[in-house]
Design a protein around this ligand. Structure first.
Ligand code: GLU
Ligand code: ZN
Length: 276
């Protein structure tokens, strides 16, 4: 059975891009006689606020969607911790004590590869006295799991290529887990068979596929859809003034009619699908 999910982070209101994503996840599940789940990804410390999550439920209902809600990430910390400990014990993680400023300072010397952490702390042992993030030793991981592939319903078969991320942080200094670790574990725990989300997260799937291999998790299919762009040709973002769904709701706009329009590719003025 197809199981999809919409997994918003309650650190701000949903906008039309989220509505579009939720509708795609909802409709793909319903068309295939499956289930559509809502999972609140609330492990972003003080930036996560319950009132945003409450508004998400009102927004989805306003759009006419039906969902089952699964436990929020903040209730699943033990499973993240357990997986991280396992990866650490198996030698796939190493502690990184670099500060944000130190990493920034390395960048100019790193040239084109500057977005990748250069592995400065690799091989270091955990010092309980020092706050550290845990990074994935990508070379070691790839060496052990070998070639991996994954399937996107729209883009087709992909060879997993997680190196472009470098040694990503899986356990943050200031948060119980990274998005990568938490989302991968939760998708498995929730029985997600089809991960739908925007193209902006396409590259992250290479990492998720690797984590599935390391942790022995089931491998879903993916469906990365196009993003909605604003007049400036950039993806919708609240900080650039994209209206929140709750604003539209308050203006008296009919959510179900809006959902029908989004499904048909009729977007409000100034908004369009990524043309690429
Ligand atoms: N919480 C993530 C976000 O809001 C969801 C990512 C996902 O769908 O995997 O961007
Ligand atoms: Zn470091």
């Amino acid at each position: 059975m197809t199981v999809t999910r919409f997994a918003p982070s309650p650190n701000g209101p949903l906008h039309l891009g989220h509505a579009y994503a939720a509708i795609i996840a909802h409709d793909l599940a319903k068309e295939r006689g499956g289930r559509f789940l809502l999972r609140v990804e609330d492990i972003d410390g003080p930036r996560s606020r319950p009132e945003f999550a409450e508004a998400f439920r009102e927004d989805l209902a306003w759009l006419g969607l039906e969902w089952e809600e699964v436990p929020a990430q903040s209730t699943r910390l033990a499973s993240y911790e357990e997986a991280a400990q396992r990866l650490l014990a198996e030698g796939y993680l190493y502690p990184c004590t670099c500060t944000r400023a130190e990493i920034e300072a390395m960048r100019p010397r790193l040239g084109k590869e500057g977005h990748i952490y250069p592995g400065t702390c690799k091989g270091r042992l955990l010092d309980p006295e020092k706050p550290a993030a845990l990074r994935l030793d990508i070379d070691r991981a790839l060496n052990d799991v070998g070639e991996l592939s994954w399937h996107d319903e729209l883009a087709g078969e992909q060879r997993a290529d997680p190196r472009e991320f470098g040694d990503v942080v899986l356990v943050r200094k200031d948060a119980p887990a990274s998005y990568h670790l938490a989302a991968t574990l939760d998708d498995a725990a929730d029985g997600i068979t089809l991960v739908t989300r925007g193209m902006d997260l396409f590259p992250a799937t290479h990492i998720h596929r690797l984590l599935q291999a390391l942790l022995g998790l089931p491998v879903p299919t993916w469906h990365h859809h196009k993003l909605l762009f604003d007049e400036s040709g950039r993806k919708l973002a609240k900080r650039r003034g994209s209206k929140g769904l709750s604003d539209l709701r308050a203006e008296g706009i009919d959510g179900k009619a809006l959902a029908t329009d989004l499904r048909a590719g009729r977007f409000p003025a100034g908004i369009s699908l990524d043309p690429s």
